[in-house]
Design a protein around this ligand. Structure first.
Ligand code: HEM
Length: 152
């Protein structure tokens, strides 16, 4: 009987240890995959170059340029670079205002949002970022549309 109880305990301890190391391995694999994604965007320097190009593109895109007339472009590019970096599993933290607060009362429509996404796709293509990698950033940005779009 005591033998049975202790072997049961051993089995439980082993199972817990295995589950623990499985979880740790999974978390490790996940963070390795995400930081690989961050690296494929050229890390911080690459992301700042990408977001600077994006801000230039949206500011000269006749569909949405009006929104950015009074914008400090360099400051916006820096905030976007930090935000993208964080979303891609890089070492930065976005310290700006939340998406709902920033964009409220701008009256951004679905079409405006899509115009910006197209400009982002063009900026990523210009940097030869592979299509599958582009889609990973777009997928992380897509849910934000709920906080940004105000008019149909
Ligand atoms: C996924 C889509 C978008 C993301 C991730 C995004 C992200 C951001 C970020 C990080 C900021 C800076 C916030 C801060 O300074 O604290 C910002 C500001 C701003 N965004 Fe967006 N944005 C998106 C879509 C749009 C769209 C579609 C428009 C208009 C067409 C827009 C117009 C602006 C403007 C005008 C500002 C303020 C810039 C200023 O300070 O003058 N954004 N956005």
């Amino acid at each position: 009987m005591p033998f049975h109880a202790s072997s049961l305990r051993t089995v439980r301890v082993l199972a817990l240890a295995l589950a623990g190391s499985f979880a740790a391995a999974q978390a490790g694999a996940q963070s390795a995959a995400t930081s690989e994604l961050y690296q494929s965007f050229g890390e911080q320097a690459g992301l700042l170059a990408l977001s600077t190009d994006l801000v230039d593109r949206v500011s000269s895109d006749p569909r949405i340029a009006g929104f950015f007339e009074k914008t400090n472009r360099a400051a916006l590019a820096k905030q976007l670079a930090d935000q993208f970096c964080q979303l891609l599993g890089g070492p930065c933290r976005y310290a700006g205002v939340d998406m709902k607060t920033v964009h409220q009362e701008m009256g951004i429509s679905k079409a405006d949002f899509h115009a910006l996404v197209e400009d982002l796709q063009a900026a990523m293509a210009a940097r030869h970022i592979p299509f599958s990698v582009q889609n990973q950033l777009l997928a992380r940005l897509a849910p934000m549309h709920r906080d940004i779009i105000e008019t149909p």
